[in-house]
Design a protein around this ligand. Structure first.
Ligand SMILES: [Zn+2]
Length: 123
């Protein structure tokens, strides 16, 4: 084994050629970098999925032209609404703190949730 000879960081095969190379070829380099990025990507995907499901559940409440719907918290949880994830928070005109999932704003009042759509988010 010659001094300074290294193995590919991706496939662990001995690297031929220049001693400063870290990978045997571009596909090994890409594979290695994609692997490193994966946990972050998976996290973003997971959160996006949860947020979009939350939004779909809220959207499903608005079957009429009403702007505000009162619904049991349990009903949302049964549909796997995840209260840990939301897009932003804001106060409404009455100074009440609202949690948002995109264009839907809601307030949890004990067992019921007041949901409004297209509420101004003061941004
Ligand atoms: Zn390789």
């Amino acid at each position: 084994m010659t001094a300074g000879r290294k193995n590919c960081l991706s496939c662990d095969r001995a690297i031929q050629g220049r001693s400063d190379k870290k990978f045997c070829n571009d596909s090994c380099r890409n594979l290695h970098h994609n692997k490193r990025k994966m946990p972050a990507t998976a996290c973003v995907r997971h959160i996006n999925r949860v947020l979009l499901r939350n939004r779909r559940i809220l959207q499903g409440l608005f079957t009429s032209s009403r702007q505000t719907i009162k619904t049991p918290k349990k009903k949302l949880e049964e549909q796997r609404f995840d209260f840990r994830y939301f897009t932003h928070q804001s106060s409404n005109r009455r100074g009440q703190r609202c949690v948002f999932c995109y264009e839907f704003g809601y307030r949890v009042l004990k067992d019921v949730v007041m949901v409004s759509r297209a509420m101004r988010s003061n941004e």
